[in-house]
Ligand binder design. Structure first.
Ligand code: CMC
Length: 443
């Protein structure tokens, strides 16, 4: 018998099955289907709510070793990229698979930069939002709206079309994000300045007032660039899974990216940095930390910016940001929340609850403190996550489109509802109290 197989004995029938083990530790769920009690039996399937132990794809983009705290894009350690690369170069790496030479980098930069403008109708679209709309809601809507501006994007099996949409979306998303921000402030939208860097232009579109040309602070421009590198991809997280799942029914990538932004919006994903800042503000002082820790341990609440589905060690991105924060504070002044955060981390990492649950700070624990010091309102934090994640989403989407093994994403379920019942006239249905009990749990 081959070594790389798994032998399963079905104790219901006494039958044995050999199932191949691939990629050093993966079995195909469909190989379980042959395990049946009889001809009418559907066959075994796995139950894995939230995909805790199920690989949904084979990917070459990002590697994470959660136990060791390792993150690599296309094989390159995140620490090296954060130190030596810039966001646009990293986006090229993620999308194309290799670091560019100078000529390819220059062309890529040019191709992204010429797509920074948006159709004037987008401005009118933006005007329709209320003044206090969350910028993430505006972003997901306007990215979805791009689908109506570029009907050619539906040619998803055409390589040139995929390339064009990728450049368009990476180019336009800072503009849409900045328009959303300016809308909430009642400020006129600022058009892109293509003489600036990717992040310098974003800062200009966000913060330019009456000056003729906006000169971004180089430290803050670089800080944003590093934050963007750290957020560019993170393999099969919730929003990337949304991008792939929606993409599997083959709509254009703007519709998929809108779904991915929606997934990112939630407080357990891209909204966690906002939730982490709110939590730090609520704690208010170092002396109040033990009371919060107690509540967390009693299960009353979660420590936001802590824990991760994959990392059971320090998130390497959080490590980089913790050090980077100090450089930013030299320009912006110290954000006092950093002292609460550092002390909270120190106390938590000595506590049995956090040790035994393997809960460490994740990227969202420190990113919000930096964003806040740079003058961003909390509602912009997830938007600042979505901008760089666009390159990861597009790379993962293109990988999915080209993968011959991928089909429409359509999970199975374990049905636990009623078996067949027959319709009864309204007068003869159960008494109100019984009825109330039955429906009170439903939405
Ligand atoms: N605070 C306190 N306890 C926690 C936390 C936390 N932040 N996270 C997990 N736990 C506990 C949880 O109560 C459970 O305990 P028990 O086994 O005793 O019931 C155990 O750890 C496992 O939790 P889980 O919910 O099954 O873990 P998960 O892998 O499904 O959740 C997570 C991962 C990120 C959603 C979760 O850790 C969390 O809610 N963290 C806070 C929100 C956050 O910071 N999210 C950002 C994630 S990183 C960036 C991103 O993806 O956007």
């Amino acid at each position: 018998m081959a070594n790389n197989t798994l032998t399963i004995t079905d104790n219901r029938t006494g039958k044995k099955y050999d199932v191949p083990i691939e990629e050093g530790g993966v079995i195909r769920a469909m190989d379980l289907r042959q395990i049946k009690t009889g001809a009418d039996d559907f066959g075994l399937m796995t139950y894995d709510p939230s995909f805790g132990n199920t690989a949904s794809c084979r990917s070459r983009v990002t590697y994470i070793d959660g136990d060791k705290g390792i993150l690599r894009y296309r094989g390159y350690p995140i620490e090296e990229l954060a130190e030596k690369s810039n966001y646009l170069e990293t986006a090229y790496l993620i999308v194309k698979g290799e670091l560019p030479d100078q000529a390819h980098y220059d062309r890529w930069k040019h191709n992204i930069t010429i797509h920074t403008m948006v159709h004037e109708n987008i401005k009118m679209f933006m005007e329709g939002f209320r003044y206090d709309s969350h910028p993430m809601g505006m972003l997901l809507s306007t990215v979805g709206a791009l689908s109506t501006f570029y009907p050619d994007a539906s040619a998803i099996h055409d390589l040139e079309s995929r390339r064009l949409q990728t450049r368009r979306l990476i180019g336009k998303i800072p503009t849409l994000a900045a328009f959303a921000f300016r809308h909430t402030r009642g400020l006129p939208y600022v058009y892109p300045d293509n003489d600036l860097s990717y992040t310098g232009n974003l800062l200009a579109m966000l913060f330019k007032m009456t000056e003729l040309t906006y000169k971004p602070n180089p430290v803050l421009e670089r800080a944003l660039d590093v934050l963007f590198i750290l957020h560019a991809d993170h393999e099969q997280n919730c929003s990337t899974n949304a991008m792939r799942a929606v993409g599997s029914s083959q709509p254009d990538p703007y519709a998929c990216a809108s779904a991915a932004i929606s997934a990112l919006y939630g407080p357990l994903h891209g909204g966690a940095n906002e939730a982490a800042i709110r939590m730090l503000m609520e704690i208010g002082s170092v002396s109040a930390i033990p009371a919060l820790i107690k509540k967390v341990k009693e299960g009353e609440r979660r420590l936001m910016g802590f824990g991760h589905r994959v990392y059971k060690n320090y998130d390497p991105r959080a490590k980089i940001l913790k050090h980077f924060a100090e450089q930013v504070f030299e320009v912006t002044g110290r954000n006092p929340l950093i002292d609460i955060a550092v002390e909270l981390e120190r106390i938590a990492l000595q506590d049995d609850y956090f040790i035994s649950h393997k809960l460490y700070p994740n990227v969202d624990f420190y990113s919000g403190i930096i964003y806040q010091a740079m003058g961003f309102p909390m509602t912009m934090f997830p938007v600042l996550f979505a901008i760089p994640r666009t390159s990861g989403w597009m790379a993962q989407w293109a990988e999915m489109v080209r993968d011959p093994e991928q089909k429409i994403a359509r999970p199975r379920q374990v049905y636990i509802g009623e078996s067949t019942r027959h319709y009864t006239p309204i007068q003869s249905r159960p008494k109100p109290t019984q009825h109330e009990d039955a429906v009170s749990e439903a939405i």
